[in-house]
Ligand binder design. Structure first.
Ligand code: SUG
Length: 417
């Protein structure tokens, strides 16, 4: 059994649009009302997956959810053809593309029963995301159906907000070694909501059967949330024994770093000082919403969005880092502008699972040729553009629903329709 890290990217759905639904997510509110390009967005996502494959990394997918979400509208006593304007954007949101919010994953070496545990996130803080979990649960139960290796849990009750892996980090000597799991929660966020509640984090840690002695609960800094870091993965990312974080990511950073060093002596922290890259530049560029990956030769690469290269303070820092003696020596740049304009960078678009690929349902794994077929489907079926007022057009609903059906047929995943 060879356990490796597999990135499962959310395929950008055919209803991708900019409705400004996420308070506290600066890109989402700033770009409200803009024309979106779902076809281009989904093809950017495919290109990002190809970038990972070219680095020699295994790659998986998660599929777009049914939109408009007729079950959700039904439960609210309405239908797409008489839905109040206030509910329509939420019913159409393609936000399930941000797979880092799908669930929290605890790999087998960390759990009490030696299985990989996956707890679906309830995403209860934002109405447009609160109805993602049933479709996410169905997909994850199918993709990880082998109960000898996986346990998939439904979300924690909505009394407590949980946003999944975006607020969770794992540090370990290697992917297949026992790790330290870190849950980052919010206490306050100035004018913005703290979307991850500590009680939800504690519940997920229990459900995932983690060892309390190797689990840390750490408060995100209020300054970071107030500056627009609505998830921890906007200001920090971990991989293997490396933590890459902004100086202002955590409320009590000395205590956190000290606890971490005690648990993981090989820990390396790569910290970016606020005097070099301000929180504002970090959030604008999504420097930390990067994929920090271990390459097949054991070295690490940081895959950043194009916006990081365009932000002078950030790019200067990155170039100096890659040229130095630290653990991250290689940089990759991917273009996910359509997703970025809604506050979703490279790290938001993927859910990391450590597993033997042979234990995963192969329909959720991709290679170049499957990506070719997915790209063809997107190119022929996805709407080219959507402005929020278009969401009232029944012809567009039909198009969006047909596009999703075509993708599911192609992937032989009609069971999820
Ligand atoms: O939840 N944006 C998402 C972005 C999620 C990013 N994920 C991570 N950081 N892991 C959110 O705020 C915008 C939708 C809109 O405005 O229409 C949105 O939901």
């Amino acid at each position: 059994m060879t356990r490796v890290e597999i990135n499962f990217d959310g395929i950008v759905g055919p209803s991708h649009n900019y409705s400004g639904l996420s308070l506290g997510n600066i890109a989402s509110t700033t770009n409200k009302g803009m024309v979106a390009y779902p076809r281009a967005a989904a093809l950017e996502g495919v290109a990002k997956m190809r970038h990972n494959l070219a680095l020699g990394l295994p790659q998986g997918i998660l599929l777009p959810h049914p939109r408009p979400n007729r079950d959700w509208l039904d439960a609210l006593g309405t239908r797409p053809d008489d839905v109040p304007e206030t509910l329509r954007p939420a019913a159409f949101s393609a936000s399930a593309m941000w797979a880092a919010n799908a669930a929290t994953v605890s790999p087998a070496p960390d759990t009490g029963d030696g299985r990989c545990h996956i707890t679906v996130a309830n995403l209860r803080t934002m109405p447009h995301r609160s109805h993602e979990w049933p479709a996410t649960l169905r997909q994850l139960e199918l993709a990880f159906a082998d109960t000898r290796h996986f346990a998939v849990h439904p979300p924690v009750p909505p009394a407590f907000g949980d946003e999944g892996a975006a607020n969770h980090m794992r540090l370990a000597a290697g992917h297949d070694a026992p790790g330290v799991e870190i849950f980052v929660y919010g206490l306050r966020g100035g004018a913005f909501p703290a979307r991850q509640h500590v009680e939800a984090s504690r519940a997920v840690a229990r459900l995932n059967r983690l060892d309390p002695d190797r689990t840390l609960f750490v408060a995100q800094s209020e300054a970071a949330i107030a500056a627009g870091a609505f998830h921890n993965d906007v200001v920090a990312v971990a991989n293997g024994h490396v933590l890459f974080a902004h100086e202002q990511a955590f409320e009590d950073r000395p205590a956190f770093y000290a606890a971490l060093k005690r648990l993981l002596p090989e820990l390396e922290i790569v910290e970016v000082p606020a005097s070099v890259v301000s929180l504002e530049d970090a959030i604008r560029s999504y420097l930390f919403n990067a994929q920090l990956v271990t390459l097949p030769d054991g070295t690490m690469a940081l895959i950043v969005p194009g916006e990081a290269r365009e932000t002078p303070s950030v790019w200067a820092w990155l170039e100096a880092m890659a040229a130095g003696n630290g653990p991250i020596r290689r940089l990759g740049v991917v273009d996910v502008r359509q997703s970025m304009a809604n506050g979703g960078g490279p790290a938001c678009l993927r859910l990391r699972v450590v597993a033997d690929p042979a234990t995963v349902d192969p329909r959720f794994l991709v290679d170049e040729s499957k990506l070719d077929r997915i790209a063809d489907c997107i190119a022929s079926e996805w709407p080219e553009q959507i402005a929020p007022p278009d969401l009232g057009d029944p012809a567009l609903w039909a198009r969006i629903e047909q596009a999703r059906r075509a993708l599911h047929a192609l992937l032989e995943l009609d069971a999820l329709l």
